[in-house]
Design a protein around this ligand. Structure first.
Ligand SMILES: O=P(O)(O)OC[C@H]1O[C@H](O)[C@H](O)[C@@H](O)[C@@H]1O
Length: 296
């Protein structure tokens, strides 16, 4: 790690403000030339770079107003509800709530972590009161030699079991959606969200990955712990490793459908999630879901 008097560009943590004075944390891991930016609004990762190259797509339409609208791009956190499956706002309140920065640390192995917190005690935070449970959520973002890890830990602080769905809504940047091939979903059945969540059989494994050639909105069931995406133009391989607690994974691109973000051609959403088998947390217990992202 850099010495304490290292130049500002090498310091691991820097809290600054983004558009409209929205607080954000820049975290660096100089030995691997990685950097990540996380806004406290939604604890939203908005960029992750290796040697200056960003792997996340961020919409040009973002208004950067912390007023109930999620930042589109990066990694919105869907919690405690994925999509419209429940009584809460679409994808839950975590992505439209202001999170605290609980801790920033250099770990023993030289990796760096930032920990964000949101709990039912923070009654002033957007949406929190709409969920009738006592909870403490901790979101840890870590940069290490292997890549970027995001980890959501949810502790039940109440007296009754908590049930929720969640996802890391990754917006991966691609040169063009049809240059991308997704690997890992071969052999998995999926719910087709475009056909009322109809369960579809697994597609044939062609060995050359899945091409998105039309509007796609799917929840893959029992998705493997490792997924990957290859971009033919940039020759970039992106690898996703997820914990078994995130049994599902989605695949989404609106492909120019009505209302699609004008930048739709440049992202593919692959979202490790627990949707079809919601998480249940007993009083006093903690549920943990994590993903590790790497690029080659
Ligand atoms: O527009 P948002 O609420 O951010 O949701 C964006 C997308 O998220 C997920 O990928 C869902 O499967 C899609 O159905 C949804 O359109």
């Amino acid at each position: 790690m850099p010495p304490i008097d290292a130049p500002p560009s090498e310091q691991p943590f820097e809290i600054t403000v983004g558009p409209n004075d929205m607080p954000k944390l820049n975290m660096r891991h100089p030995p691997s030339a990685q950097e990540v930016c996380v806004f406290t609004y939604g604890a939203a990762v908005t960029s992750w770079t290796t040697r200056g190259e960003d792997h996340f797509w961020l919409s040009d339409t973002n208004k950067w107003e912390p007023k109930g609208k999620a930042i589109r791009g990066g990694i919105p956190i869907c919690f405690p509800q994925f999509g419209p499956y429940g009584d809460l706002v679409q994808h839950g309140f975590a992505r439209v709530s202001e999170w605290d920065i609980n801790n920033c640390m250099v770990n023993e192995d030289g990796s760096v972590s930032a920990v964000f917190g949101l709990s039912s005690e923070m009654k002033d935070r957007e949406g929190v009161q709409a969920w009738p449970y006592q909870f403490e959520a901790e979101y840890t973002v870590t940069l290490s030699y292997v890549g970027l890890e995001t980890k959501l830990a949810v502790t039940n602080k109440g007296q009754e079991p908590i049930k929720f769905t969640a996802a890391f809504h990754n917006y991966f940047k691609v040169t063009k959606v049809d240059n991308a091939r997704v690997f890992g979903y071969e052999g998995c059945k999926f719910l087709n969200r475009l056909e009322g969540d109809k369960e579809m059989p697994a597609e044939e494994d062609t060995g050359s990955g899945l091409l998105i050639a039309q509007e796609t909105d799917r929840i893959y069931l029992n998705a493997p712990e490792e997924l990957a995406m290859f971009d033919f133009a940039s020759l970039k391989v992106l690898k996703i490793k997820k914990t078994p607690t995130l049994g599902d994974a989605t695949l989404w691109n609106p492909f120019g459908a009505e209302g699609a973000d004008p930048g739709w051609e440049n992202f593919v959403c692959i979202e490790p999630a627990c949707i079809t088998n919601p998480a249940t947390v007993q009083p006093g217990e903690t549920w943990v879901g994590a993903q590790l992202l790497g690029v080659e």
